[in-house]
Design a protein around this ligand. Sequence first.
Ligand SMILES: [Zn+2]
Length: 271
Amino acid sequence: MTSITSPLHYLKLLYFKLAGDTHCAACNFTGKQKAKKVLWDNLINEWELSTQWVDWFNLREGKYCVNCRCCARTHQLSTGILQEINLMVAEEFTNLDSAFKNYKVQALHIAEINSLGNIHPFLAQSPNLRYSEFLSADLAIRSENLESLSYNDDFFDLVLTSETLEHVPDIDKAFSEIHRVLKPGGKHIFTTPVVWDRPNTRIRAFMEDGKVIHVFPPSYHGSKTKNQSDYLVFYEFGQDLVARCEKAQFQVELLSDKENASLVTFITTKL
Ligand SMILES: [Zn+2]
């Protein structure tokens, strides 16, 4: 699944291919990656991030593969997904593109609860992928609410979520629902922003009688302006997110990056 659309694009890919040797676990491109800053001032101030954490989060979201545009975070998420599906189907796939063309991988029960961004097209090669979004406006895309999933008990081998748990009002209910729909031994693989040098999660907002109560000034993800289409942040997670997963009866493994503390993928197994 390459995206060569013009001679100029081909030349650009060739340049980046010759200029580096970083392998992309999503599309299989090997070459130099690009980086751009993605955090905005309001978010940095609302979250009270240090300069070091701003740099780490910028690299997490802004360093990307020039071929498929997956960022460092979704690259690490791809590595986690590959690790688990290779164990499940006894193969050694090195990238999602080839893995999701395989009939054994396509036979797995996998729920992509919300789009995994630029790696979604690779997963969507499987005709059996259960892909959904929260309050989807597109009739072709299923709607799922993490606090009340419509799926049967003990059904999925894998549940995937990407940068969504911080926007769910009741995170414990979400973990309970994910646990319910997974088979015993099934995995929930996810990323969510965690400020790892903070022991405790900061609750920015919560729901009471159907209304949002703000503990801190509202903080949104999704665009650089505050408007109703953005996603309100309920949780700024800290280290205690691991204990919260364990309390929900998951065994927790963390994929981490020794050069970037913000880059962590959770691989949690239903006990
Ligand atoms: Zn790529």
